[in-house]
Write a protein that binds this ligand. Structure first.
Ligand code: PLP
Length: 432
């Protein structure tokens, strides 16, 4: 098999290493868990991206989720250019803010008021502060296997044994911060209930990725999600849905709409910025009235609700509201998943494709994976081989076994056929 030409990317990476830690500006981009140097991209159009060595790939990373319309969508581009013609930032409110605000609030039953920020991490950090300010309590609960950005109090994993208090997963986080976070496994209602009985009155918020998509795709059962809602209500705890990935992806109303569960606060990012840097959080008017300048919880941002971002967001969200947008995407995802799964079953290859809406994850397992500890340790090695084979066949997946894939409206059925063929033939080579 021909191996990918990577000379230019490799040279740029060597140079980048002298400029940025690990040569990158976000760790997973460094290709640490897959083969070869990272590919330096030059352009993207529709479902395809092109790198410095002029290799073209069908892209299933889609900038980690924001590009639900694919690369360089003509309407998004047009809106961005028209806006930039008038200036890039004013540090004042703009009409675009009202337009996107109405677009979101009028089409999402659980959002009454929103606030824009510049990243998903910032949205989550602000939501946690709001929950603490609102309840007057300090502790929060998070779940093993959910990622919420690089917020101090959420870069935390479970302590050893039965202890639920958090241990930080990054240097530089004071133990006292981590101790304010309690960590539980996903899909363990009994453990959750027990913890609330012990500590419920100290807990400000429970934060969950309602469709956990950062440690594989760990889809939870609806009744588990409903119990979380009920128990939070019983103990006066705010339920935060971190919808940075699932928001506007699993439907316009995201996971909250999918489960028909009203979270108290929701956090967003990715899709609402149409590929520009963005974050957002929101909830009921009553809870949001605690944010400054209406209320005592301070939160601000120089470039928040940047007009160029908002223009890209308006163009994107408008298209998502078109009839059958989400249905068409889901059909494509099921087409890809079903074809790979049928092939694997036929060939006795122990692989499944877990999927929801337009998110999919290739799991090296024969049974459903619903929590982080069920992910087989060999997955990394299998994925490393798969990733390398797929790059050689012109398919780009996020460079980690734990990252999900995304399908955009720009992916055609021909694209999907090409991907299915490449995935199946690669798996067959790996497992033969
Ligand atoms: N929350 C979730 C669920 C995410 O997936 C991410 C990033 O992938 C974040 C928060 C952090 O967002 P950002 O990378 O924009 O800071």
């Amino acid at each position: 098999m021909e191996t990918l030409k990577r000379d230019r990317s490799a040279r740029l990476f060597e140079e980048a290493k002298s400029l940025f830690p690990g040569g990158v500006n976000s760790p997973v981009r460094a290709f640490k868990s897959v083969e070869g140097p990272p590919l330096f991209m030059v352009s993207g159009q529709g479902s395809r991206i092109r790198d410095e060595d002029n290799n073209e790939f069908l892209d299933f990373c889609c900038s980690w989720g924001p590009l639900i319309l694919g690369h360089n969508d003509p309407d998004v581009k047009k809106h961005i250019i028209e806006t930039i013609e008038k200036g890039t930032s004013f540090g004042t409110p703009t009409r675009l803010g009202n337009i996107i605000g109405k677009l979101i609030v009028n089409n999402h039953r659980y959002l009454e008021k929103i606030r824009f920020v510049s990243s998903g991490t910032e949205a989550v950090m602000s939501a946690i502060r709001l929950a603490r300010g609102y309840t007057g309590r300090d502790k929060i609960i998070k779940f093993e296997g959910c990622y919420h950005g690089h917020v101090d109090s959420l870069m935390v994993k479970a302590g050893s044994g039965l202890a639920t208090f958090g241990v930080s997963t990054s240097a530089g986080i004071p133990a006292s911060f981590a101790a304010e976070t309690l960590v539980l496994p996903l899909n363990d209602l009994e453990g959750f209930h027990r913890l609330l009985k012990e500590q419920g009155e100290n807990i400000a918020a429970v934060i969950i990725e309602p469709i956990p998509a950062n440690n594989g795709l760990l889809i939870q059962d609806k009744n588990y999600m409903e119990w979380l809602r009920k128990l939070c209500d019983d103990y006066g705890i705010l339920l935060i849905f971190d919808e940075v990935i699932s928001g506007f992806r699993v439907g316009f109303e995201g996971a909250a709409g999918y489960y028909t569960i009203r979270p108290d606060i929701m956090t967003f990012g990715k899709i609402i910025g149409g590929g520009m840097p963005v974050g957002m959080y929101g909830g009921s008017a009553e809870i949001m009235s605690h944010i400054s300048p209406d209320g005592p919880v301070y939160q601000a941002g120089t470039l928040s609700a940047n007009p160029v971002t908002l223009a890209a967001g308006i163009a994107t969200l408008t298209k998502l509201l078109q009839v059958d947008f989400y249905e068409d995407l889901e059909k494509k995802t099921q087409y890809l998943s079903k074809n790979v799964v049928e092939f694997c079953q036929h060939k006795n290859i122990p692989v499944r494709v877990q999927n929801i809406a337009s998110i999919f994850w290739i799991a090296f397992s024969e049974s459903r994976v619903q929590s982080a500890d069920q992910i087989s340790p060999e997955s990394n090695e299998y994925f490393r081989k798969l990733h390398s084979k797929l790059l050689n066949k012109g398919i780009y997946l996020g460079p980690s076994a734990y990252e999900v894939g995304f399908i955009s409206s720009a992916h055609s059925y021909d694209d999907l056929d090409k991907a299915v063929h490449a995935i199946c033939s690669s798996l067959e080579e790996i497992f033969s």
